[in-house]
Ligand binder design. Structure first.
Ligand code: CO
Ligand code: CO
Ligand code: CO
Length: 325
């Protein structure tokens, strides 16, 4: 999955290209490290302001997934000046700026190029204490796995592109995608957790495989405990599923064993390729209750315990219907 060349060896590079993590982390001093990340994509919804919000929330999320706090952001913009009104561009940038402000970060610049399709996102710089960096390679046997946003966003955005989704469904999906992972990140740093990543293009299944392989563990996911946006089930049943979701399921299948009662529909939802998804957090089981309390108290209402780290191993994932006690 990581096609990048290995990063140069530098003792201050705490997180580089080796782990396929969310962002790079570089130690500046004994108590401060820099987090750097960049992300941008084509519109997932028609409304430009909302698109700007979603793209910015998604870019900021990679700092939160490392446990960090975003400080500064820069816009990355591709825009077809001959095809679209400049007011559309202004709305995209306003959506992004509002999310940057909500994150408590500062917009410091950016770069734009002419292109035949709009693309937008941010390069974000954050900070963190070097001892508090969370990677996707720290999960420990006995951990609980907590997911902080519902799945099904990829399926619903496909329905939106096909002009099938109702205004209400669009509003629900947009609300989930535009929500910052800030509260979830603060709650997990308060409690102290072992590992974190955000769930995006590879789906819950793929990002779980990455975390399990990176951590040298095996995991069990409970399919009925995973939060799902209800309309996604109906659309998936009608075959409205993004290409990326199907290829995720196909690709990650070799690392995953599904119990016979986990339907193909559930398998697809677990593999759903999403934009601006929630955090997947690996936390010692005895702390999971406290973390769930703190998440709910901060309004992260969809947070759920979706699985466990079952043992040491080579990254295999078992998906069962319910937790077996
Ligand atoms: Co990420
Ligand atoms: Co990213
Ligand atoms: Co990470």
């Amino acid at each position: 999955m990581c096609l990048l060349p290995r990063s140069d060896q530098d003792p201050n590079l705490l997180v580089g290209l080796d782990t396929c993590d969310d962002a790079g982390v570089y130690k500046l001093t004994a108590d401060m490290a820099l987090i750097q990340t960049v992300d941008f994509f084509t519109p997932v919804v028609d409304d430009p302001y909302t698109y700007g919000q979603i793209a910015a929330a998604n870019s900021l999320s990679d700092v939160y997934a490392m446990g960090g706090r975003p400080l500064t952001a820069m816009n990355i913009i591709c825009f077809p000046v001959d095809k679209l009104e400049l007011s559309v561009l202004a709305e995209i940038l306003k959506g992004g700026a509002d999310k940057i402000r909500e994150a408590g970060a500062v917009l410091v610049g950016g770069h734009s190029v002419e292109d035949n399709e709009p693309k937008y996102g941010l390069s974000v710089t954050g900070i963190i204490h070097p001892d508090k960096v969370l990677t996707n390679a720290g999960a420990q046997p006995g951990d609980a796995l907590i997911l902080t946003k519902p799945l099904g966003i990829g399926i619903i955005t496909t329905a939106i592109k096909g002009e099938l989704a109702s205004q209400e469904e669009i509003a629900i999906a947009v609300g989930v995608m535009a929500a910052l992972n800030k509260d979830a990140a603060e709650a997990m740093q308060e409690v102290g957790v072992n590992s974190c990543t955000d769930v995006t293009g590879f789906g819950l299944l793929g990002h779980s495989v990455e975390m399990a392989r990176g951590s040298g563990v095996t995991m069990t996911l409970y399919s009925s405990a995973v939060p799902v946006l209800e309309p996604a089930r109906g659309y998936a049943d009608m075959g409205i599923v993004p290409v990326g979701t199907r290829s995720n399921l196909k690709y990650f299948n070799k690392f995953v064993e599904f119990a016979p009662d986990v339907s193909e529909l559930e398998q697809l939802i677990l593999a759903d390729a999403i934009t601006s998804g929630g955090l997947l957090i690996s936390v010692p089981w005895e702390k999971s209750g406290l973390l769930m309390e703190k998440l709910k108290a901060r309004g992260v209402k969809d947070a759920s315990v979706v699985g466990e780290v079952s043992g040491k191993g080579d990254g295999r994932i078992r998906v069962v219907k319910e937790r077996e006690i």
